[in-house]
Design a protein. Structure first.
Lengths: 223, 223
DNA sequence: CTGAAGAACGAACGGTCGTGCTTTTTCTTT
DNA sequence: AAAGAAAAAGCACGACCGTTCGTTCTTCAG
């Protein structure tokens, strides 16, 4: 193998193929959150974008690669829409509850009308070993770890009662959020978000110390 | 149109085609809980059963019909495996928690190695309007309504604190159970069941009156 | 024993899938 | 403006999809 020159130029500007790829992946995430990653077809994606099937295919080389890059793209979108908005919140319970509510907002975003990409992907691939499942499982681990992390920070700051298990807390918070997304998608049930919010706040309030409750109240997040 | 004679004989014995159909649907539920209801292919199902594609197809007439009957078959299996085992439990909180734990057992049943059929189906069809989605959504409503019902009975018997919202309680219980199934499928994480059980018991304990707690303790279900 | 009806079959249809090729268009660089 | 590279398109392939058709085997009533 000989050394290859870098194929991207040094400034921020992207070459044409890269821009196209971005557009493809954005649409791919959109379609896959409706029809699933397996139901996502190369021909369908191409015609949806008004390009040729073969031209699109050349960007990836295989459907598996397309799926993997779609997962990656979805995870970047998730980061943008869920994580970034609460990056500056006060660490601890306040940031934890802010993250949860950012997550709930992401669910109802009209731009994600097919529902949370990952909620669909988790269930689609949970019984199908392979690289796609691995990528998706890794993403789920990252998400859970983030919640646990925020809970741990809250505990370290004395905002949660001694003996609180951050992983148990994360489990329960993730559970109610996930179900809210499901019910919203399946039934268009707006109330599900209210129930999730109630559950999150009640749970945090029950597990919080006086200082933790003060922090929540200060951020306008009492129950 | 002329009147037709009934095509089934009067005693319990079934005609040949009916027995075959049962076998087909059992396998269909099994395959669909891995590959999804859309990924379920008629040819694949036939070869898995060692029968011809056209012979199998004749039983249904269309893939849509196969999907609908598969949903129906899955819901009968669910009833058998989840509801029936707790049918004789003491109504109220005891039956409620028994139902939840029966549900958790159903998740880990080696016979359902592809995970809960419905958990997969909910997410697969939640953004695809049509008869299949309607059938699946109806099933979810039935399930939720059952939990709400048990919670209501518990409330009526004075086992839950006044002001307890049965629907909110049902939401939270369903949430943790669903997530346990997801994590079990995605990561093979046994601990998820422990977390779900902890969450269920803690939640019920917190919402129960003294009489409710006594009932739970009497059934060996304290936390 | 005969004959009709139901159940299962094999072959084939049009269509779409993912995937390779070759050619043409479009951009970038000199 | 010309040359070279990158991107997109065109076309074709084998496999599989749901579906239809005509035929064979099984079952059971008359």
């Amino acid at each position: 193998m000989e050394a290859e020159v870098a194929e991207e130029n040094q400034d921020g500007r992207r070459v044409r193929g890269d821009r196209t790829k971005r557009a493809i992946l954005a649409k791919a995430v959109d379609l896959a959150s409706v029809d699933g990653l397996e139901g996502l077809s190369i021909g369908g994606l191409a015609s949806e974008l008004g390009v040729s099937k073969s031209g699109l295919f050349a960007h990836f080389g295989s459907k598996l690669e397309l799926q993997l890059e779609t997962v990656q793209a979805a995870s970047e979108l998730f980061e943008e829409q869920v994580w970034q908005p609460v990056a500056d919140a006060e660490p601890g319970v306040v940031q934890l509850v802010a993250l949860m509510e950012s997550w709930l907002r992401y669910f109802r975003d009209p731009g994600n009308s097919g529902g949370c990409f990952f909620s669909n992907a988790y269930h689609e691939f949970d019984a199908r070993p392979g690289p796609v499942r691995d990528a998706i499982a890794a993403q789920k681990r990252r998400w859970m770890a983030a919640i646990v992390h925020h809970a741990q920070v809250a505990a370290d700051r004395g905002q949660l009662k001694a003996g609180t298990d951050p992983e148990q807390l994360a489990f329960e918070l993730d559970a109610v959020g996930s179900l809210a997304n499901s019910l919203w998608q399946l039934e268009g049930d707006e109330k599900a978000f209210g129930r999730a919010q109630t559950a999150i706040r009640t749970r945090l309030h029950a597990g919080a110390t006086a200082s933790g409750r003060r922090a929540l109240a200060g951020a306008g997040l009492s129950c």
